[in-house]
Design a protein around this ligand. Structure first.
Ligand SMILES: Cc1cc2nc3c(=O)[nH]c(=O)nc-3n(C[C@H](O)[C@H](O)[C@H](O)COP(=O)(O)O)c2cc1C
Length: 183
């Protein structure tokens, strides 16, 4: 299959999902920062994976530019965050904001739960998280979700799930078979 998985990742949860998807598709997973090795225009199907950072999607700009520059390619996206997938209202709100209509109409997109690894964060993100923890502490007194999120992040967690990539893989295979038009 002439496909590639392009990802952005800081603490490697998105990278792990990208590698699982690439393994199933029999293609490569490449960081979007690896400009030299990587030309999205060389592929029929591009699976993009980015992670949520303060409600915006890291790699989102790259995805926009790649879609504009390579109109023949078919794109499918997955977004990774710490929010539990079952908190559908929060996940739908974030996905709707980062993949707005009409720009992303018709482009398949998925949410996969990642994890949290404070020790692997960059220094600016460590500082950002310290502020976030302070804010969450106040909110946690009245909001059970904020309390759960705070507890999970403080201790660190890994919620990646090998089986969760199946719908992304199936979707990329369908696109590669030519089902559906350019998305
Ligand atoms: C500064 C910061 C802000 C974050 N904001 C969000 C967020 O708004 N929503 C969310 O679900 N997860 C958020 N997260 C959690 C990350 O999306 C999560 O840890 C993800 O697995 C990171 O992906 P990576 O391991 O590929 O870097 C945030 C993490 C950091 C460090």
């Amino acid at each position: 299959m002439n496909a590639v998985v392009a990802y952005s990742s800081q603490t490697e949860f998105t990278k792990r999902y990208a590698e699982w998807i690439a393994e199933d598709l029999g293609c490569e997973a490449v960081s979007i920062d690896d400009e030299k090795r990587f030309d999205a225009g060389a592929f029929d199907v591009v699976v993009f994976g980015g992670w949520f950072h303060a409600a915006s999607l890291v790699g989102g700009k790259w995805l926009r530019r790649a879609r504009e520059e390579h109109p023949h390619a078919k794109f499918v996206a997955f977004a990774v965050g710490a929010t539990p997938a079952e908190w559908a209202d929060m996940v739908d709100e974030a996905m709707g904001r980062e993949f707005p209509s009409p720009e992303f109409d018709g482009m398949p997109r998925f949410y996969l739960r990642g994890g949290f690894a404070y020790e692997r964060l960059s220094m600016p993100n460590k500082l950002a998280m310290k502020l976030f923890f302070k804010m969450q502490e106040k909110q946690a007194a009245t909001d059970p979700r904020a309390a759960e999120m705070l507890e999970g992040m403080r201790g660190g967690f890994d919620a990646t799930d090998r089986a969760a990539v199946a719908p992304v893989v199936a979707c990329a295979r369908e696109l590669a078979c030519g089902e559906g038009t350019r998305v």
